[in-house]
Structure formats: C-alpha cells, structure tokens
Design a protein around this ligand. Structure first.
Ligand code: NAP
Length: 292
C-alpha cells in the first residue's frame, strides 16, 4: 500500500488501516453498482480527511470510487484505502476549479466505468480574516474552489445523470456557512453558505429527473488539515490544550471524526435517501445549537 505525507514525510494512517477498520461501518451492498466521484477525496496530511474517509466508506457500501484531488499522490493514497477494503475505482488529478481538467477527469470516469451516479463535492479552502483583512486574490481563489467548482462539476455530471435517469450530488459545506463561529473567516463562511444554496437550487431544478442534491454540514472535525493548522499556530504543549479547547467547544465534548461525516454522505448518496433532496444534514455534535 502506498504511503505518503507530502509535507512532512510522515507515514500515512493507511499503515494502521486495521486500527481504523473498527471505525468503518459494516460492509453492505447499499451502493453496489454505483459509481462515485469524490472531488477533493485526498487528505492534506497523513491520516483521514473527510474526503478520504468518504472514499473508504462509499467503497465499504459497494460503490466504485473515483478519487479526484489536486494531488495525484493524495488521490492514489485514498484509492489505496478503497482497494485495501476490497473496493475498486481510479485516481484522478485535477483542480476542481479548472473546467478543462475536470472535463477530462469526468471523461476518464465515463471511459472507465460508463456511468456516474454520485458526485461528492468535497474540496474546500479558507483563510482567516474579515472584509478589511482578506486579499482580493484570496477571496477570488476561495470563491473559485468552494463555489465555482460546483458549477464546473454540475455542468459536467448533470447531463450524464439526466441521461441515466438519476443521480445524487452531495456537497460539503460547514457550520461556518450557517453561523458566525466567533472569529472572522468571511470568505469561507460566505462561500460555504453559497454551497448550501447551490445544492438547494439544483435539487429543485432537477428533481423531476431523479437527480437529488443535498449538503452535509460538518461541525468541528478532527482531520489532518485541522491538526496541521492547530500545530502551526501553537507550541507542542499548547497544541494539546488547543485541541482540548476545540473539543470543549462542542456540546458532545469532542470533535467529530471524518467517519461520522462519511456516514452522513453515504446515507445521502444512497437510495435510502431516495425521498430526500434540497436539504442539509448537520453533523456537529450539537455545536450549531450554541449559536442559534
Ligand atoms: P482536507 O484534508 O484539506 O481534504 C480535502 C482534499 O481536497 C485535500 O487533499 C486537498 O488538497 C484537496 N483540495 C483542496 N483544494 C483542491 C482543489 N482546488 N482541487 C482539488 N482538490 C483540492 O480537508 P478536510 O479537513 O477533510 O475538509 C474537507 C471538506 O470538509 C472541506 O470542504 C472543508 O471545508 C469541509 N469541512 C471541514 C471541517 C473540519 O473541521 N475539518 C469542518 C467543516 C467543513 P491540499 O491538501 O493540496 O489542499
């Protein structure tokens, strides 16, 4: 199995996949025969991001999983996890904001699998700051990756799903798209709000074609990206304190795991959610209730 840490050279969490099997849902066939494209399905560091956990979870339920990431190495790492669980799929490199690269990626999925049933729009970036702090260039890049990418992907997959007679789009937003969480993160908050509304609009327009569009709204989730950001901001001693403080923010007393988000994604992608469209599934341990 391939292992990576593109930034630090650390071993990947796939080395310990057996430990993580305990966190996976029981294997099922609820997504058997379906082909999923997880855009932003890699991990920004060793361990399990939301996208990578989604790739493994979708495979666990029988889907073929096409992992797309800005880094081919990261996409391959997630595909390794899929294959280690007995699943199949492919790894694709593309920037989700690049329309031509995404066209080629979707074309490659169709060449290989001949269908596309599930799109998970998972890639998301942000930068701390309010209106007076954020650079226009950062604002525009965040808008491109978090929102324009949905337009790019939708224009590619909707005709395929319509032709097939149905499909499921699961966008990934954040509680930051619904509430101010106590610090300025304007571009992220605004674009994550747009993600929710984008999915609602698609849901209405395409309901009659059997295409569902929903959004998963994670709260504070313990991922490599978050660990990396916290580690950069705090010393080793303070790092544990910072993580503990993040845990304490949540009514349930802990951050969520990427697996808990992945279970929500798999549900919305499955036929068990056949009558659910245009809505949001919040996965936050009760966090959002504090900011109601
Ligand atoms: P992550 O580790 O950064 O995973 C996302 C993957 O997407 C990374 O491999 C990343 O690559 C890739 N990516 C970033 N920009 C891309 C682009 N333009 N094109 C293709 N791939 C790209 O993030 P995560 O923490 O698991 O978060 C996943 C999603 O959940 C994001 O949308 C995030 O906003 C949302 N979310 C996370 C949390 C949380 O607490 N972690 C909470 C709420 C919502 P690079 O490493 O190269 O950037």
């Amino acid at each position: 199995m391939r292992r990576h840490d593109r930034r630090t050279g650390e071993r990947g969490m796939n080395d310990d996949l057996n430990d993580w099997r305990a966190l996976l849902p029981a294997a099922s066939s609820r997504l058997a025969g379906k082909v999923a494209l997880v855009a932003g399905g890699g991990s920004s560091g060793p361990g399990w991001s939301i996208g990578k956990a989604c790739c493994a979870t979708l495979a666990r339920h029988g889907a073929s999983v096409c992992v797309l990431d800005a880094s081919l190495d990261a996409a391959r790492d997630a595909l390794d996890a899929v294959q280690a669980l007995g699943g199949q799929g492919m790894a694709l490199q593309a920037d989700v904001a690049d329309a031509e690269a995404m066209r080629q990626a979707v074309h490659a999925v169709m060449q290989r699998h001949g269908r596309l049933d599930i799109l998970q729009a998972n890639a998301g970036i942000g930068k701390v700051g309010g209106p007076e702090e954020i650079d226009m260039a950062d604002w525009e890049r965040i808008q491109k990756v978090n929102v324009d990418s949905l337009l790019v992907a939708s224009r590619l997959v909707l005709p395929i799903m319509r032709e097939q007679g149905g499909g499921a789009i699961v966008a990934v937003s954040s509680v930051a798209g619904l509430r101010y969480l106590g610090y300025p993160h304007l571009a992220y908050n605004v674009t994550k709000a747009a993600v929710i509304h984008f999915a609602r609009m698609i849901a209405q327009q395409y309901a009659a074609h059997g295409i569902r569009a929903n959004t998963v709204v994670p709260g504070l989730i313990d991922t490599p990206r978050v660990r990396h950001t916290v580690a950069r901001m705090f010393s080793a001693d303070d790092f544990d304190q910072a993580r503990a403080a993040r845990d304490r923010q949540v009514p349930m007393g802990r951050m969520g795991t990427p697996w808990e988000v992945a279970n929500a994604v798999a549900f919305l992608a499955s036929d068990e959610a056949a009558y659910i469209t245009g809505t949001e599934l919040v996965v936050d341990g009760g966090l959002i209730g504090k900011y109601a």
